[in-house]
Design a binder for this molecule. Sequence first.
Ligand code: C5P
Length: 428
Amino acid sequence: MTTQTVNRLVGRRILLGISAGIAAYKSAQLARLLKQAGCEVRVVMTEGAQAFITPLTLQALSGEPVRTSLLDPEAEAGMGHIELARWADVILIAPATADLMARLAQGMADDLLTTLCLASEAEKVLAPAMNQAMWRHAATRRNAERLAQDGWRLLGPASGDQACGDVGPGRMLEPEAIVAALIQAPSAAVHGQAPPSADAPARGLHVVITAGPTREPLDPVRYLSNHSSGKMGFALAAAAAELGARVSLISGPVNLPTPEGVERTDVETARQMHAASQRLAAECDIFIGCAAVADYRAEAVAEHKIKKTEGEDALTLKLIKNPDIVADIAKARDAAGGRPLVVGFAAETRDLEAYARDKLERKRLDMIVANDVSSAGLGFGADDNAALLLWRDGDGEGGANLPPQPKTELARAVIERALGCLASRPVH
Ligand code: C5P
């Protein structure tokens, strides 16, 4: 933790709300880290949270009595719930369950924690934690958006293995990541819908990004794939989230953590990536196809492991074309009248500009990010990249050469250019 981290949190009064999720066990560590960072911490637990972790544990770590009930005469005789609501600089709820988010989104005040949230003018932050299907459910999506509109800052959730055995988005952010996010400007990493501002020019926009390779099975143990690491797509997702957008990242198999504030959908094959893209792009503002999608898949996936045939030196596989994801999104955009702005990538080893222009036209893209993957230290798997940007917008055609730089910086430049294109389009 940096000195700057400690300074912003020193003396802050954090009311830590804990609701009934298995991630509640991590709230103990969170309380400890907040105390270490110099905060004053008071804890409020819902009734269900106490089935996962005891108030005594949190009392020992916070050094303060833990409040659990709205109608507690003894507690109300001391610091009553309205005083507690006034005391807090920040209300941080971690974990925030689907049920708690639903109650908060409705403005309910049916227990101590929800009542405090209504009564307090403190900065409000929550870290969702739930099963991936619950997080993806339309009702939870609506509640998350409503809460963001009401000024809540949503941190996470992260994606990965879940306690219930599922894999996907819904894991609570790690306590260290939550504390790190608290020191950032409140505008950062928000699923926000507030009006755009200079530091969050993408606020209110939904950006969908494909990243990484796809994996096309040949038989139960083998597949066709490529060297894409996913770094560029993940850097784009992080940059878009930092600029205030709601970001959906559709990723092939990669070994990268989900950027903060980004919703991630994991897929394997091109057809799965195509289906996820169609679903998410239907209501997005910018679609960026950064994935290295396999152009072909096996016509038939063998049911059992393909065996060597005695006396035959060659094996013939019949491959068929995969759908072109980014081109299909652009086609649907044309049919729907202009939304989303569609950005593609071109990885080439020669004639960069000619191939990129051809792809821009053929796939009917609004913008293309072209890179020369033959240069050592740039492109696939590397941390740095250089790119040629070509675009078509309301002002006509444009282009820019971005010199070699870290993918994180290049990603920001690409997102900013895409925002520029979106702003100058006649219809969006
Ligand atoms: O045709 P090519 O693969 O070179 O085009 C690259 C661009 O098209 C990238 O934006 C890539 O994500 C996208 N693409 C796609 N679906 C495919 C093939 C490529 O979206 N099947």
